[in-house]
Design a binder for this molecule. Structure first.
Ligand code: ZN
Length: 253
């Protein structure tokens, strides 16, 4: 038998998309004493700006290492985020529409968690942290607690890391934000010093030729983010497209 893998009890892999939730999740893991490695996925997403955000946020917040894994989900399509032929719906168009919007990427978190598990197992990390949230969210089924718990169990059965003698998974899936509102997440992140101006949530931003970023202010992700800042009573430093009217006059820069 090969020797058992030594899993560092305070070592964690953090899924870092570059958005507000995952940045807060990383800050929380660091605040709780974890030695953090971040992982991002270049999956053919429309909002590629988030990859640059993740690359800046990871060392900025204090992660020890940042890994980008290419995943060709664009070849599969089936989502407004991976198929240029499917328009990103506005938040207004979502009212009364299907509970799972076209921005859902088929099996995205299932795939990402599987890859994060491979990384954790290789790196000897005993936890995977994911900023999934099932309160102020878009109804994606792979953001919910039952899925995360079932995934953890599945991964434990199917990996060398496996199950501990006490019956728990050797690699735990930690989702500290799953039951928090967006406003609560923003308050937590702010208390931990997350610079939300560096995070990117918009599904359909405008990027100028010289690389300036403007959130659209109209997609569901922008709407949830903006409402969260308003509810939290914290200034929204998101730079919105200048041709749009905003309640906080937030078109900085
Ligand atoms: Zn947007």
């Amino acid at each position: 038998m090969p020797p058992p893998i030594e899993f560092a009890p305070h070592s964690a892999v953090i899924l870092l998309s570059g958005g507000l939730d995952s940045a807060t999740c990383l800050a929380l893991a660091l605040a709780r004493g974890r030695d953090c490695r971040t992982i991002s996925f270049d999956y053919g997403q429309r909002h590629r700006h988030e990859l640059a955000a993740a690359a800046a946020l990871s060392p900025g917040l204090g992660a020890a290492h940042h890994l980008v894994v290419p995943v060709g989900l664009g070849a599969i399509g089936g989502s407004a985020l991976t198929d240029p032929g499917i328009a990103v719906p506005t938040a207004a168009a979502r009212v009364g529409a299907s509970p799972i919007p076209t921005t859902y990427v088929p099996a995205r978190n299932l795939i990402f968690l599987a890859l994060a598990t491979a990384y954790a197992e290789t790196a000897g990390a005993s936890e995977i942290w994911i900023g999934a949230n099932a309160v102020d969210y878009s109804g994606y089924p792979d953001c919910r607690e039952p899925f995360l718990r079932a995934f953890e169990r599945t991964a434990a059965i199917g990996t060398r890391a496996g199950i501990r003698p006490d019956g728990t998974a050797a690699i735990r899936v930690v989702a500290p934000l799953v039951h928090l509102s967006k406003a609560e997440i923003i308050r937590v992140g702010a208390s931990l010093g997350v610079d939300f101006g560096l995070t990117r949530s918009c599904y359909d931003p405008q990027i100028t030729a010289d690389g300036k970023f403007f959130a659209c202010g109209r997609c569901e992700s922008c709407a949830i983010r903006r409402a969260g800042f308003l509810a939290a009573g914290i200034e929204d430093t998101t730079v919105y497209a200048p041709d749009l009217a905003h309640p906080q006059g937030a078109a900085h820069g």
